[in-house]
Ligand binder design. Structure first.
Ligand SMILES: Cc1cc2nc3c(=O)[nH]c(=O)nc-3n(C[C@H](O)[C@H](O)[C@H](O)COP(=O)(O)O)c2cc1C
Length: 188
């Protein structure tokens, strides 16, 4: 599967790091775009991972390079995920403002009716944020808020983040054992 991963300047860089690591381990072809703010937050939250993640990607694009492949619908991605997704980027995508390569690539995924997943992170959310997310959801964009569950009793930050990485991989229809699933009980 060819997946485009976007990382923006919302808090929660660990979600992107864990997801990219698992996609790489699963042999998926991941292309990466990190916004300028995304780099700053990554440096702040996961300084040791900034170099490592580029090694897990098949291709890394400059967010200002509007001539790069993801700017065109003729370059095929099976899916795009923006993890974590800032409210600024949510707003740009919801309103078709393609002011950088990441927003343009998301715009392309919507117009080509391909799979687009956003992992928004903000709290509290204003009516602007909620309306933008609703607008995108109505267009078929999958919204997976960065709010991991606790019923699997995570012991570490990585275990906490892996729950969300697993949910994203589920949405991409990629097999994973990243979290304990609620057990199935036959009803007799
Ligand atoms: C440490 C830090 C944490 C941030 N966390 C969030 C956040 O959780 N959600 C959000 O929407 N913006 C957050 N921001 C603000 C965004 O980085 C800012 O709006 C930026 O313009 C987003 O640009 P981008 O979407 O192009 O990455 C944070 C900024 C910093 C410096």
């Amino acid at each position: 599967m060819r997946i485009l991963l976007g990382i923006t300047g919302a808090s929660g860089a660990i979600y992107a790091v864990r997801l990219l690591n698992h996609l790489y381990a699963a042999g998926q072809e991941v292309h990466l775009i990190v916004t300028h703010s995304g780099r700053k937050v990554l440096r702040h939250e996961c300084p040791e991972d900034l170099e490592r993640i580029t090694g897990w990607a098949r291709q890394v694009y400059n967010v200002d390079d509007m001539e790069a492949a993801p700017a065109s619908g003729s370059f095929l991605f099976d899916a795009m995920a923006v993890v974590p997704c800032s409210m600024k980027t949510v707003g740009c995508i919801a309103h078709g403002i393609s002011d950088n390569l990441l927003a343009r690539a998301a715009d392309v995924m919507i117009k080509e009716r391909r799979q687009l997943l956003l992992v928004p992170r903000e709290t509290p959310m204003s009516a602007i944020h909620l309306e933008n997310l609703l607008c995108l959801s109505r267009l078929g964009v999958q919204i997976l808020p960065a709010c991991p569950a606790f019923y699997h009793r995570p012991q570490t930050l990585n275990e906490l983040a892996d729950m969300l990485a697993g949910k994203i991989m589920d949405a991409l229809h990629l097999e994973n054992q990243l979290f304990h699933r609620w057990p199935y009980k036959e009803i007799s």
